[in-house]
Design a protein around this ligand. Structure first.
Ligand SMILES: [Zn+2]
Length: 118
């Protein structure tokens, strides 16, 4: 099976904190084998991913895994817009977790700061 997926995922740019559409192309070959034992046995010496026919593979989960693995670690615009506020008003009701105003992209950095104050 040849799996080709072109997905675009909205992420937050780690430079300007604006929204960035990240295309995630997936182009992989999968080979079906009889069961998971056969998949384990052959997994080491072939390039394709092996999918066991039994139990029936959840193709949606397979695609999801591929997408997650394809996600950029640090999503960023190739070129950040000059005025990201104009594109994504800070007060827009978003689906994201609320962050501190002018907040940092890295929650661990915020944690570290809090710890340092104690
Ligand atoms: Zn940006």
């Amino acid at each position: 099976m040849h799996l080709q997926v072109e997905a675009t995922v909205p992420l937050t740019c780690q430079r300007c904190l604006g929204a960035v559409q990240s295309p995630i192309p997936i182009d992989r070959w999968f080979r079906f084998v009889a069961d998971e034992a056969a998949a384990d046995a052959q997994d080491d010496d072939c390039d394709e991913d092996l999918l066991a026919i039994e139990p029936r593979p959840d193709l949606l989960a397979v695609v999801e895994d591929e997408l997650i693995m394809g996600l950029p670690l640090v999503p960023m615009h190739d070129t950040c817009p000059d005025h990201p506020e104009a594109l994504s008003p800070p007060r827009a009701e978003g689906t994201e977790e609320p962050t501190e105003m002018g907040g940092r992209p890295n929650p661990f950095a915020a944690l570290a700061r809090l710890k340092g104050k104690q």
